[in-house]
Design a protein around this ligand. Structure first.
Ligand SMILES: Cc1cc2nc3c(=O)[nH]c(=O)nc-3n(C[C@H](O)[C@H](O)[C@H](O)COP(=O)(O)O)c2cc1C
Length: 197
């Protein structure tokens, strides 16, 4: 694939809570990514793509109805060259719905980069991000160093959904620049040599 072909970015929205703050952070993230000419963007919002929490036995097909639900998510993850996970912090970790969506997949994560935009109270969701790094390493994904985090996110966006601190916009650019670097490097490498999982 030519290096100039835009990378396919999937933004995964990790909160499925009623009354969630997530759409504000997700839309801000989407706008940053969509403003670049090196990315095409697909927002995978887990509230729109619920997945069961009961897994099939090893080697067995999913329960009736599950394949249809997975069809709304899995091909989009498989098609992605890179991911940004938008996550809040729940009890010093990340939401169960996000872990469930991660666990339903395996090869979809392999040899792909993942960036993070997090939000929460005093820690800005950073504890959730650090735990996600451990989980995603098991799935052969590469997490990028720089993240975007909003501590006390409730007053970090204006009525138009813009970040009130310009440092947040600068942080988004840094994170996406690193993500794109990794996504190009890994896409190019996989074109030459399949990933050895
Ligand atoms: C179950 C639960 C646990 C939470 N635990 C933490 C926490 O450990 N640290 C923190 O900073 N905020 C915590 N919060 C606050 C959330 O980060 C905050 O409510 C945020 O808006 C949640 O994202 P959402 O509105 O998109 O679901 C918690 C919220 C919930 C619902």
């Amino acid at each position: 694939m030519p290096a100039t072909t835009p990378l396919r970015l999937a933004i995964i929205v990790g909160s499925t809570r009623d009354g969630r703050f997530a759409p504000i952070v997700a839309e801000w993230t989407r706008a940053h990514a969509a403003g670049r000419d090196d990315l095409t963007v697909d927002v995978v919002d887990l509230i729109e793509t619920p997945l069961p929490t009961v897994f099939p036995a090893f080697g067995q097909p999913p329960a009736p109805g599950t394949a249809e639900l997975l069809a709304e998510v899995s091909p989009r993850l498989a098609a992605a060259d890179a991911f940004v996970i938008v996550t809040p912090e729940y009890n010093h970790s990340f939401p169960a719905a996000l872990k469930n969506a991660i666990d339903w997949h395996n090869r979809e994560w392999h040899a792909k980069p993942v960036g993070f935009v997090s939000y929460g109270g005093v820690s800005g969701g950073l504890r959730a991000v650090e735990q996600l790094r451990v989980v995603l390493a098991e799935l052969h994904a590469v997490t990028v160093r720089d993240t975007v985090s909003f501590h006390g996110h409730w007053d970090k966006f204006d009525a138009d959904g813009k970040a009130v601190d310009p440092a947040s916009d600068a942080a988004a650019k840094t994170m996406l620049d690193q993500l794109v670097w990794w996504a190009h490097a890994l896409r190019d490498a996989k074109a030459v040599r399949p990933y050895a999982a």
